[in-house]
Design a protein around this ligand. Structure first.
Ligand code: 0RA
Length: 651
């Protein structure tokens, strides 16, 4: 380039490096993914990644991050320290080279996994280039060295400032102030950084990472992460609010890969997994301690081995019969929490921001470790193995049923069409903001509700309670049930992938069930159904439970309703005592006439509705799973407790 020749006092290499720093400043997106808060945090991660590399090399076990009041941040570690002597090939100090030249500062050491999470030294110099000022302190070989920079350029030489004190650890301390003329956001977000460091501490077993926020006065906020169990601890942490079905299954192994010729290298594979009684799948994948939210070959390897191993075990153990289909990848993921972490000497990512791992050889490496780990565990723990297989079977059944239900709905054109189920007594209003749908247990209560309602805005859909509860329905049966199909088409929102809340035909969906065991069962079942297939409907506050009264208390002059024992007793006293009143106990909604049902349960002026929260529904889901589960004792206990509760109401 012409410009190069006009600056004769620089060598070719010097110019390249100057241009490097300027390039980072002109095109920050290429190095840290932009100029927003994510880019700001990326600067910290790049420096911490270098300290983590020292930990991976076995040279460092403590990393300390401090957010200063002036917006600067310090990363201090007890690693080996960046070498300070003259670089063998260049004329300058290795320290200056690492801090200012893109692509310099790679590791010269062998041994252990030759692994790096950062951009192999490009990282720190890119951070330097994007910092208004930076200072590095190196403690190494008994001496402490310091150098300062502005916008990526040295403003002092590398200076030995003092001798190391007795017992002082070696290491590197980097302090930098992000350049506000380049970065749009310069305020670090403590929880985001903390979350990242927690993950890093899980994935790098035995390292302590602390984060101190000195912007918080007078007492700084501080959090420290250290996990002796590595990924085991990680999975336990992720499942802390869930109910595990078995202990964490774990493996760590180095897999030798032959890259052709003399090019043999090691891939470190670490996996921890545990099934819970829930339905969500949580899979986290890391490559060289970096979270890869878009997955990649490590995750693919894990999933294929998981599916293959569970299927082949289930067949061998006779849990899948010859006529049975294999579990799908989705079936074996339900309720699973898994963390996969690989260490690779040369990880290839889809993009600079490292969200997806691409190395093809990693897939087989992970698959072989997972197959061995899981088949050994299943063989050795038949009871847990059975629980895992049953979990997959439940998932398969529900998925099949959901698919069938969708097919039926599609074939009968219920999803698209405007035909509504015959049992639905719709309202006349077409304004979904004001409309309500009462789902009523039993045809007789349904009849009363139809007569008693305000037909302008209230619709009624009776469900024949019997069908639902006598079959002790599994969820797949539920979906196969005509009543539920009617419900789905009445709501108008579709189901599963077709679900669209915008098409909801009623603002309030009100479950109206009896205060007895059957009623509780139907309510649990409906809540579970809504929770699993129409979650947003609950989240947006559309689902309610009606509270019908338990007693009707009439005296000569008035009629009153009581919704609890205490209320009944109070009202009886108010009306002059036992002798003066007639008490009717409602065993079910069917015993109320239309006027009574309107007055007590449907009229917005008098009624009480409970809005269903997502926690309520999740609780119902757990109860449902327990009721439907194969283990008999808890089911019996539930029904007994429940029956006793209902008997109390009988008094
Ligand atoms: C180059 C070579 C070595 C270590 C480092 C850089 C290094 C960089 C950073 C950045 C933050 N903390 C760091 N710690 C170390 C290897 C040193 C050796 O072989 O002794």
């Amino acid at each position: 380039m012409a410009e190069q020749k006009t600056i004769p006092r620089y060598s070719e290499e010097d110019i390249q490096y100057l241009e490097g720093v300027e390039h980072v400043r002109r095109r920050p997106g290429m190095y840290v993914g932009g100029t927003d808060i994510r880019a700001l945090h990326h600067l910290v991660y790049e420096v911490v990644d270098n300290s983590i590399d020292e930990a991976l090399a076995g040279a460092c076990d403590t990393i300390e991050v401090i957010l200063h009041e002036n917006g600067a941040v310090t990363v201090n570690d007890n690693g080996r320290g960046i070498p300070t002597g003259p670089h063998p090939k260049e004329k300058i100090s290795t320290l200056e080279l690492v801090m200012t030249r893109l692509g310099a500062g790679g590791k010269f050491d062998g041994g252990g996994y030759k692994v790096s999470g950062g951009l192999h030294g490009v990282g720190v110099s890119a951070v330097n280039a994007l910092s208004a000022s930076m200072e590095v302190e190196v403690r190494r070989e008994g001496k402490v060295w310091v150098q300062r920079y502005e916008r990526g350029h040295p403003i002092t030489p590398v200076v030995e400032v003092r001798k190391m004190r007795k017992g002082e650890p070696t290491g590197t301390r980097v302090t930098f102030l992000p350049d506000a003329t380049i970065l749009q956001e310069t305020r670090f977000h403590f929880p985001t950084l903390a979350q990242r460091f927690r993950e890093m501490a899980f994935v790098t077993r035995g390292v302590t990472i602390s984060l101190r926020d000195e912007r918080v006065r007078p007492i700084p906020e501080e959090i420290t992460f250290y996990f002796e169990g590595g990924l085991r601890s990680f999975v336990r942490y992720l499942n802390r609010n869930r109910k595990p079905l078995h202990p964490v299954i774990y493996a760590e192994k180095g897999v030798t890969v032959n890259g052709g010729g003399h090019n043999e290298y090691l891939i470190g594979v670490e996996v921890a997994m545990q099934y819970t009684d829930g339905h969500t799948a949580t899979e986290l994948a890391f490559a060289n301690t970096i979270n890869t939210p878009d997955g990649g070959t490590h995750l693919t390897g894990f999933r294929s081995a998981l599916t293959r191993t569970i299927n082949s075990y289930a067949r061998k153990a006779g849990l899948l019969k010859e006529k049975d289909r294999n579990f799908s990848g989705e079936d074996v993921l339900e309720g699973l929490t898994a963390v996969i972490s690989i260490k690779h000497p040369d990880p290839q990512f889809e993009s600079q921001t490292k969200v997806k791992l691409m190395n093809p050889e990693v897939q087989q490496a992970v698959a072989s470790v997972v197959s061995e780990m899981l088949s050994e565990y299943l063989e050795a723990n038949p009871r847990h193995a059975r629980a895992i297989v049953e979990k997959a079977r439940d998932a398969m059944r529900v998925r099949d049923a959901l698919r069938k239900a969708k097919e039926v709905l599609r074939s009968t054109n219920l999803l698209e069409s405007t035909t509504l189920p015959g049992k639905l007594a719709d309202c006349s209003s077409r304004n979904p903001d004001e409309t309500e749908l009462f789902i009523v247990e039993g045809d007789s209560a349904g009849g009363s509700a139809k007569q008693g309602r305000d037909r302008h805005f209230q619709a009624v859909l009776p469900l024949r309670g019997k069908i639902l509860n006598t079959e002790r329905s599994r969820l797949n049966k539920v979906l196969d049930n005509n009543e539920i199909k009617a419900l789905i088409s009445a709501l108008g929102v579709g189901i599963g992938d077709n679900f669209n809340l915008e098409n909801l035909r009623y603002n309030r969906i009100i479950l109206t069930t009896d205060a007895d065991v059957d009623g509780a069962h139907i309510r649990t079942l409906l809540l579970t159904f809504f929770f699993r297939y129409m979650t947003p409907l609950i989240e947006e506050g559309h689902l309610y439970i009606a509270l019908p009264p338990l007693y009707r208390i009439a005296s000569k002059k008035t009629v009153r309703y009581a919704y609890s024992e205490e209320e009944k007793e109070r009202i009886v006293k108010e009306l002059g005592g036992e002798g003066k009143v007639t008490i009717q106990r409602y065993k079910g909604l069917g015993e109320m006439n239309p006027e009574q049902l309107w007055e007590t349960t449907m009229n917005p002026e008098n009624r009480t509705l409970l809005q269903v929260t997502i926690e309520d529904a999740a609780e119902a889901d757990r109860t449902f799973t327990m009721l439907m589960g194969s283990s008999v004792p808890p089911r019996r206990r539930f029904i007994q407790t429940h029956a006793r509760h209902v008997r109390n109401l009988d008094i």
